[in-house]
Structure formats: structure tokens, C-alpha cells
Design a protein around this ligand. Structure first.
Ligand SMILES: [Zn+2]
Length: 360
């Protein structure tokens, strides 16, 4: 991935650092200087930060390895100064599986906290309490390190269990609701809950002049809406097939015809065409952008054959529409012929597909 550095691969899942990650050390040096922490203090703050991010990595592996049990792969784990994310290839669709995958992350932090709890409680002079007037100075002292790691893990659990997308709590809520109702409705309720949470953050952020909380609220508003819109679209596409969207063949273009003849059939630059041989069989496709390329090269007399692309396949008219959309996206299709029991019955192109999805 662009702008990232691979730091490790565990369980076959690579961990990447976002380029902005080292900036946090500059910030730590800045903070350390403000409180006159000295080299020792800055080293302590840095170690605290590294341990906390190690806990975040373990949290992400909690999600990733649970997902693997349900056959869902994880592309990678990316760490940035604002946290980590395990990029799963998909969300398991069974509610109980989504529930377990979502809860596994915070569960890892619960385990870490439970391991640290007796250590901090019994081995520290002050037990679990930190007595210092300045929390930042307290954080830069070695004797408080374990207590802060414990505290941060508790915070990670509380923060992630806020029932709002994109936090894990939002997914847990949706999964629990989806056991009683269909996934679309469950997502809508989870989305509304997320908006109320965001509203609460905004009010709190303004009252306490806490801009981080305010920024989180804005983030929640947008990502929860994105999640809802995606699932809503999935719901609307359910049960639809290519038959509902396909169009009749717009123009018959033969491989030996010239680009000029293709232009004569063109209405907009995004028009793509199926290319036929003289036996009326589809042998390829012609993308609008390739026609534009030929125009730029002033090459209007060359045959369509010269600019023909092999990026296509035959699709059945009974094929589920959501699968067809995924095919277009994954394989970069612009137009495909639609077949019914070996007979050509129509065409489906990107423009039509986009318009259809937008008007759902
Ligand atoms: Zn998580």
C-alpha cells in the first residue's frame, strides 16, 4: 500500500505503519520538553506509546484471527497515529459470526487488562491510584508505566464498545439486532443509534471544548451513514438479476469496421460497444476511452479490431445483480454481452449499471 511501511507479518497477515506514524514521536518530544521530562521522561513516554500500540495490534489480530475461523481473510493491518484497522475482505454475513469478530478485538484488551490488574495492584506502592498533580508528568515516570498501560487498555475497551459505527460496539449492536430482524433493518437502527451518539459527542465536545471528541463525532456521522447506505443498497439489490437492468444491443459494431463508424454510433464519451465478427459472434469490446485515444492519434481509418479489448465475459441474464456489479468492479469491465441459454439477448454496461444503482 502507498505511503506505508511493512513492519511485520504474523499469522500470514502483514502489519503496515502509515507514513504519519513517526510524527507521534515528534509530538512526544514536544510534550516532554513542555514538562521538562528530560531524556528519561521522553523515553518512558515513548515506551508507553509503543506498548499501547502493541496492544492495538493485538486487538486487531483479535478481529482478524476470529474472522479467519469463519473463512474471511484479512488483507492487512494498518497502524496510524489515531489507531489501527484490520482490513477484512468482507464482513461475515451471519450475525453470530459478525458479533464474535467484532467483540474479539475489545476482548483482547480485556484479557490484557486482567493480566495487568493484579501486577499493578500488588506490585506498585500506590496500587491502582496515581497520585500526582500533573497527569502528563505522572505519565512520564517509569513507576507508573504498567498502571498507564492498564488504564489505556480499559479506555480502549470503553471507547471501542461505544455502540456507534465504525466502532466495534456499532457492529456488535447491529449483529445483536440482526438476530431478531433482517440485516438491513438492523443496520438502520444501528445507524440511528450512531447518529444519537454523535449528537451526544458534539454537545459534550462543545461544552468541554474538546475538539478530539468533536472530530470523532463528525467521523461517526459520516462512516455510519456510509455503512447504512451500503447495506441499504445491498438490500435493494437482493433478488434482482441482470435481466432487470440489461438493455438491447445499442449498436452492432463489427471488428473490420473503422473507428469512424464507431464514432458515428457514439453519443457520449463513456459509450462502450460490443465488437462482433461477421458470424454475429461477440469477439471483444471497444471502450469509449479507446475511441477517444484513436481520435487523439487522428487514427479514424483503422479497424475497430486494432482498439478491441479482451476485458469482458459472457454473463447470464439470470445472474444475481450484486454479483454482476462486483464482477464489473473487480475485473474492470465496461460492457458485457448478456446470454440466455447460449443466445445473445442484450448488453450491460457501466453507465447503465451506475444509473440504475443511483436511482434505486
Ligand atoms: Zn476493533
Amino acid at each position: 500500500m502507498k505511503g506505508t511501511l511493512k513492519i511485520a507479518t504474523l499469522f500470514n497477515i502483514p502489519v503496515f505503519l502509515h507514513w504519519s506514524f513517526p510524527l507521534i514521536f515528534l509530538y512526544i518530544i514536544f510534550l516532554g520538553n513542555q514538562i521538562d521530562a528530560g531524556i528519561q521522561g521522553i523515553a518512558c513516554l515513548s515506551i508507553l506509546f509503543i506498548i499501547v500500540f502493541f496492544c492495538v495490534v493485538l486487538h486487531e489480530y483479535g478481529h482478524a484471527l476470529t474472522a479467519r475461523r469463519y473463512g474471511v481473510k484479512t488483507r492487512d493491518i494498518i497502524l496510524s497515529p489515531i489507531g489501527g484497522v484490520a482490513r477484512l475482505e468482507r464482513i461475515p454475513s451471519r450475525p453470530i459470526e459478525e458479533f464474535k469478530v467484532a467483540i474479539a478485538g475489545p476482548a483482547v484488551n480485556v484479557v490484557i487488562a486482567l493480566i495487568l490488574l493484579p501486577l499493578v495492584y500488588f506490585l506498585r506502592k500506590d496500587g491502582l491510584t496515581i497520585v500526582h498533580p500533573d497527569p502528563l508528568v505522572a505519565m512520564s515516570l517509569w513507576q507508573n508505566l504498567a498502571a498507564y498501560v492498564l488504564g489505556t487498555n480499559v479506555m480502549l475497551v470503553l471507547f471501542n464498545m461505544i455502540p456507534a459505527f465504525p466502532m466495534d460496539g456499532g457492529r456488535v449492536l447491529r449483529a445483536l439486532l440482526a438476530r431478531k430482524m433482517d440485516r438491513v433493518k438492523a443496520t438502520k437502527i444501528a445507524y440511528i443509534v450512531a447518529q444519537f451518539c454523535a449528537l451526544g459527542f458534539i454537545v459534550y465536545g462543545i461544552i468541554s471544548a474538546n475538539y478530539i471528541v468533536f472530530a470523532i463525532a463528525i467521523f461517526v456521522i459520516f462512516t455510519s451513514r456510509f455503512e447504512w447506505k451500503n447495506v441499504e443498497r445491498e438490500g435493494l439489490l437482493k433478488g434482482k438479476t441482470v435481466n432487470d437492468v440489461m438493455l438491447p444491443i445499442s449498436a452492432k459494431l463489427y471488428r473490420d469496421q473503422s473507428i469512424q463508424e464507431a464514432i458515428d454510433h457514439t453519443h457520449s464519451e463513456q459509450d462502450n460497444f460490443l465488437v462482433f465478427n461477421r458470424n454475429e459472434k461477440v469477439v471483444g469490446v471497444l471502450f469509449g476511452r479507446f475511441i477517444q485515444h484513436a481520435v487523439k492519434e487522428n487514427d479514424l481509418i483503422s479497424p475497430v479490431e486494432k482498439y478491441r479489448s479482451n476485458t469482458w465475459e459472457e454473463i447470464s441474464n439470470h445472474y444475481p445483480l450484486d454479483n454482476a456489479i462486483a464482477l464489473f468492479q473487480q475485473r474492470g469491465y465496461g460492457i458485457v454481452p448478456i446470454m440466455d441459454q447460449g443466445e445473445l439477448v442484450g448488453q450491460l454496461d457501466m453507465k447503465r449499471l451506475n444509473a440504475y444503482v443511483q436511482n434505486l
